[in-house]
Design a protein around this ligand. Structure first.
Ligand SMILES: NC(=O)C1=CN([C@@H]2O[C@H](COP(=O)(O)OP(=O)(O)OC[C@H]3O[C@@H](n4cnc5c(N)ncnc54)[C@H](OP(=O)(O)O)[C@@H]3O)[C@@H](O)[C@H]2O)C=CC1
Ligand SMILES: CC(=O)C(=O)O
Ligand SMILES: [Mg+2]
Length: 414
């Protein structure tokens, strides 16, 4: 067994299995403590919440509690390995919520027969939480699930693989194109993958200025074009009227490759065909569409990102979901809308242009980081992400009319 594999297994197994635990937040030592925490004292907040459900935010942990919910049908790029196998990833998301945004989070892995059954399970438990983070649910079911849950739930519902990925991809890509002296409006974009992440990434890039006709999307059957008869309604949104059929056809003179598909699907020969100064985001986890070593050996003029922590330019939704939920929870937003997403894009990408604090250099193992080919997007451990992104998102929620609480005082200051 490789050293790294054993280390990863030991990290998860010892000293206590798993990555999260629950802590109590009030005294519970004496009979008097217990009389307040449990019977008879607990009856008082029960009565208050029964009288007005909003009081759940005042007397319980609901307002700082997010559920990470999956059915395990698209676990990273590992595929449909079922709900239980997804638990380490979901515990990982809960760890990240707590580590980066002090949000309490529990993972919920749902076994279900039909999509409607999954929707009913989540809708039935949603009021327990301040927000619902859907994770690793495959396309096309994820689109119907998210839409139905947004309609049925009173709290924000956010499919991280769609929107978290899209926000971080847009932030990193706009900055990368700037480094390369190009603009998103002119960029020829190839998107490998046509699932949850791909559809949302391309939709947000279009909102940020990309032209739909400049985007070529591919699935396992090649280029998505208007004469294909096997397309679902989401893939159809990206069907081009074109004779191009293969990856090589669309990579000729492409400015951008976004991979949200699977491991090692981008050959070096296709990288050679791209335009001068290209951008490659090989975002599949854990194994990217092309290894950075191979891509860099093929092109010297490249900006390259992956979803991983062990290469420069980590294009990963961890840069978004803890912070967007922090902002949404803090103004009790009823939903996470496009205005909030675009605000997150701008806040994340703006931070990459500022001087990097020493603690971030220490935590990421760099002596120096400055805006350029190897630093187009902030590091997840940058402590400025939390105040910047959460504040931008909360202000966007207030201004777009979905906030149900006022901007907290600490958000007023920059
Ligand atoms: N870095 C990040 O932050 C994130 C990365 N991702 C990565 O993106 C990938 C997809 O995730 P997600 O969208 O949630 O999953 P989905 O199951 O919703 O979509 C997967 C898509 O990838 C396509 N695909 C898979 N293998 C290949 C291949 N060999 N060649 C061409 N297309 C392929 C599928 O094609 P078809 O439709 O034909 O089946 C499908 O369109 C994963 O690897 C995941 O790790 C996802 C979210 C965040
Ligand atoms: C990062 C992530 O959410 C994924 O690869 O699915
Ligand atoms: Mg995911």
């Amino acid at each position: 067994m490789s050293d790294f594999r054993q280390k990863a297994l030991d990290y998860h197994a010892f000293p206590t299995p798993g990555k999260i635990s629950v802590e109590i937040s009030k005294p519970a030592e004496t009979a008097q403590d217990l009389a307040l925490a449990y019977s008879p004292g607990v009856a008082e907040p029960v009565r208050e919440i029964a009288a007005d459900p909003e009081n759940a935010y005042k007397y319980t942990g609901k307002g700082n509690l997010v559920a990470v919910i999956t059915n395990g049908t698209a676990i990273l790029g590992l595929g449909n390995l079922g709900p239980l196998a997804s638990k380490p990833v979901m515990e990982g998301k809960a760890l990240l919520f707590k580590r980066f945004a002090n949000i309490d989070s529990v993972d919920i892995e749902v076994t279900h027969r039909t999509t409607e059954e999954f929707i009913q399970v989540v809708a039935a438990i949603a009021d327990t939480f301040g927000g619902i983070n859907l994770e690793d649910i495959k396309a096309p079911e994820c689109f119907e699930i998210e839409k139905a849950l947004i309609e049925r739930c009173n709290v924000p519902v956010f499919h991280d693989d769609q929107h978290g990925t899209a926000i971080v991809t847009a932030a990193g890509l706009i900055n990368s194109l700037e480094v390369q002296g190009k603009s998103i409006e002119d960029a020829q974009i190839v998107c490998m993958g046509a699932g949850a992440a791909a559809v949302a990434c391309m939709q947000l890039l279009i909102k940020c200025g990309a032209l739909r006709e400049n985007i070529y999307m591919l699935d396992r059957n090649g280029v998505i074009h208007s004469r294909r008869e096997d397309l679902n309604e989401y893939k159809s949104l990206f069907a081009n009227n074109t004779d191009k059929r293969t990856l090589e056809d669309v990579m000729q003179d492409a400015d951008v490759f976004v991979g949200v598909s699977g491991p090692d699907v981008l050959p070096a020969s296709a990288v050679s065909m791209m335009a001068d100064k290209p951008v490659i985001f090989a975002c599949s986890n854990p194994d990217p569409e092309i290894k950075p070593e191979l891509a860099h050996a093929t092109r010297q003029d490249l900006v390259m990102g992956t979803g991983r922590s062990d290469y420069p330019n980590q294009v990963n939704n961890v840069l978004c979901f803890p912070f967007i939920f922090r902002g949404a929870l803090d103004v009790r937003a009823s939903q996470i809308n496009d205005e909030m997403k675009v605000a997150a894009v701008e806040a994340i990408r703006g931070l990459a242009k500022e001087a990097v604090p020493q603690e971030v250099l220490d935590a990421s193992g760099y002596e120096k980081l400055e805006f350029g080919p190897d630093y187009v997007i902030p590091k997840p451990m940058d402590p400025r992400l939390l105040p910047r992104v959460a504040r931008a998102v909360a202000i966007a929620a207030v201004e777009s009319g979905v906030a149900r609480a006022e901007l907290p005082e600490n958000y007023m200051l920059d």
